[in-house]
Design a protein around this ligand. Structure first.
Ligand code: NDP
Length: 323
């Protein structure tokens, strides 16, 4: 098989397209021919050393493809089935081993690039809107990077649940996309923009019920200050860098704020929970209120360019690699 390996810790230049032996599925696992691999920010954190990893490692954890072989005891899928997954290490490859319990069936009519866009960001948007903070009708959510992969999906979930969305983006074109996804208010953030003052204006001084912040270092303070008393601060990523340690007393002076730092693994702890969340994601697709936008595709061999684009804020929606 061919795969993208991060040969050492570093920038996109450490990614190499290498020929490697096929992986072998063990008990409870399947071998999949990858038809599309999802690119996620976590892949860049692992490549760059923010999250400790052994090197070299095959990058990626998400994708969609067809089952090529079954490991011992596998009973819920057959060779040839179309499947998707969010947590199989080594997914930037032509073949990968996936745990049976992680497999999501790909519904008829959904193509592989779209199917690869669904698991990680779709499930993340679902748990952010229903688990980390449950959106109630009439609540207002601040969503940073609203035209990004998670941002566009989260905007649609909040709207579906009856909430109001204030989105931030870096360009007008991204603003148009966020609005098309349902955002009620969108503004351009940047070094010269007072995010908190803008949010307070847009909420008549009340502040938002929840701030969903996947940008991290550059927006965290403003997100915290934009909340209503007893609001929820959901820090779910670090696209601009990690938030430095901070004084817990600020949660008190900020109005008794609820702070969480979630990740998908804690909201898909059992096959049943994964199923329940993915059911809502696929229901959104079927019912037409959830649209997955594949913003860019790259050949697998050009994964480094995909990372450059994602880290360089050049992308919208989902980025997918095609083997
Ligand atoms: P996006 O498509 O949202 O890309 C990141 C966006 O962040 C950029 O397009 C950019 O939007 C914005 N951004 C702001 N500042 C920077 C910066 N300095 N460098 C790069 N980007 C910046 O990515 P994803 O949808 O894949 O992920 C969004 C966030 O969600 C990430 O932090 C990721 O780690 C997190 N995540 C967390 C999960 C969890 O369970 N905790 C699961 C999945 C993702 P703009 O140009 O509009 O500013």
């Amino acid at each position: 098989m061919f795969a993208i390996q991060a040969m050492r810790q570093g920038g996109p230049e450490v990614l190499a397209y290498n020929e490697l032996p096929d992986p072998v599925p063990g008990p409870g696992q399947v071998l999949v021919d990858v038809r599309a691999a999802g690119v996620n920010f976590i892949d860049t954190y692992r490549r760059g050393g923010m999250y400790p990893m052994p090197f070299p490692h095959i990058v990626g954890s998400e994708g969609a493809g067809t089952v090529a072989a079954l490991g011992e005891g596998v009973s819920t899928v057959a060779v040839g089935d179309a499947v998707a997954w969010h947590d199989a290490p080594g997914s930037y490859a032509t073949r990968v081993v996936v745990a049976e319990k992680s497999l999501l069936p790909v519904p008829d009519g959904v193509d592989f690039p779209t199917a690869a866009a669904i698991p990680l960001q779709g499930l993340t948007a679902q748990y952010l809107a229903t688990g980390s903070h449950r959106i109630e009708p009439g609540q207002t959510a601040l969503i940073h990077a609203a035209a990004g992969g998670v941002g566009l999906l989260l905007t649609q979930f909040v709207k579906h649940l009856g909430g109001r969305v204030i989105g931030t983006v870096s360009t007008r074109q991204k603003g148009d996309l966020a609005r098309a996804a349902g955002a009620d208010e969108v503004f351009l953030y940047g070094p010269d923009v007072d995010i908190t003052a803008t949010v307070m204006d847009l909420t008549n001084g009340a502040g938002v019920d929840v701030a969903y912040d996947g940008v991290g270092k550059d927006t965290f303070d403003a997100s915290l200050a934009s909340l209503r008393p007893r609001g929820s601060m959901v820090l779910f990523g670090a696209a601009s860098g990690a938030v430095p340690p901070f004084d817990i007393q600020r949660l008190n002076s900020g109005g008794g704020i609820f702070l969480s730092r979630p990740s998908l693994q804690w909201f898909a702890r059992t096959p049943e929970e994964l199923q329940e969340r993915s059911d809502m994601v696929f229901a959104g697709l079927n019912e037409g209120w959830l649209d997955f936008r594949v913003g860019a595709t790259f050949p697998l061999a050009e994964a480094a360019d995909a990372h450059r684009a994602l880290e360089g804020r050049k992308t919208t929606g989902k980025v997918v690699l095609l083997p």
